[in-house]
Design a binder for this molecule. Structure first.
Ligand code: GLN
Length: 290
């Protein structure tokens, strides 16, 4: 962008950025360019369309140049702008936190279907990360009380801010620790989790955006990806009320093995599979045997 005396209008910066990102690391160059420019200018993306002929200020141009450079090095847009939408809600994200994915909305939909049938559901969200699952459930089911658990203190800070941002401090409690340890002796009606489930051998094959920038702690799930899933299935029945249900996000290749894990456990009714919007098996869930 530097080294020219031409005027850098919104239109020209967008065109330049789209071309640059097309060749350097983005599958969605137009969307990325618009989000980054709107962020640099501090305006909603939609407003760019009526600002095409406006010239960028020096600050905005410098800011944009830095962001485009980072995006071309595969840094996810969500980290660059510090936020991401999930289930129609805005979440603060940043380095160290898994970026909420649309696939995970399947888990929320499924949990809400169950929660809405209950009187005052107590919901536990394990490996909460940004807190997007717990917050989305709480927002859409006012009678639910949530407990969100996170092992990493730095990540828990993001979850805490997201709970505050959505004014849910009264109904969403955040605890730090490893899986069930901080809730020992308590009982829940629904347990949800999007645990790390990528098999060790697949980490190297992930998209560079994910592989180079997102936290391995939230992704790596051991040899077959099911280390944490196995731990959750094994102990969760102990924390479920007699009509309680466990819902887990998994990859489509793992669905059948996870159904089997539930079955082998013996404490669950037959497990079911829910598909995401692209038709992939994404959630396995089952009720406890009464
Ligand atoms: N689906 C995620 C991915 O994009 C994996 C998330 C997880 O391990 N919980 O890689």
């Amino acid at each position: 962008m530097a080294g020219t005396t031409d005027v850098w209008t919104v239109r020209r910066v967008l065109e330049w950025t789209i071309e640059h990102l097309k060749k350097n690391g983005s599958d969605t160059p137009r969307l990325d360019a618009e989000i980054l420019l709107a962020h640099s200018r501090g305006c909603p993306r939609i407003q760019l369309y009526v600002q095409y002929d406006e010239e960028l200020g020096d600050d905005e141009r410098l800011k944009m140049r830095e962001l485009v450079k980072r995006r071309a090095a595969h840094e996810p847009v969500a980290y660059l702008v510090g936020r991401r939408e999930f289930f129609g809600l805005d979440f603060e994200v940043g380095r160290g936190v898994l970026i909420p994915r649309p696939d995970t909305e399947t888990l929320v939909v499924q949990a809400l279907e169950l929660a809405k049938l209950m009187e005052a559901p107590r919901v536990l969200d394990l490996c909460t990360g940004s807190g997007c699952i717990a917050v989305s459930i709480a927002k859409n089911c006012p009678k639910a009380r949530l407990t969100a658990l996170e092992i990493s203190p730095a990540v828990a800070d993001f979850a805490r801010r997201n709970i505050e941002k959505h004014a849910l401090g009264e109904r969403v409690e955040l605890l730090e620790g490893d899986l069930f340890q901080p809730v020992d002796g308590r009982e829940f009606d629904i347990i949800v989790s999007n645990p790390p489930y990528v098999p060790d051998g697949e980490i190297a094959t992930l998209d560079p955006d994910v592989r180079l920038h997102e936290p391995e702690l939230a992704l790596r799930g051991g040899a077959d990806g099911l280390d944490i899933v196995r731990r959750i299935v094994t102990v969760s029945a102990k924390y479920l009320s007699s009509t309680g249900a466990l819902l887990l996000e998994i990859s489509s290749e793992q669905a059948e093995s996870v159904v089997k894990l539930f079955e082998e456990h013996g404490g669950f009714q037959p497990a079911r599979i829910a598909k995401d919007l692209s038709g992939q098996s994404r959630v396995v869930w089952a009720r406890r045997k009464e």
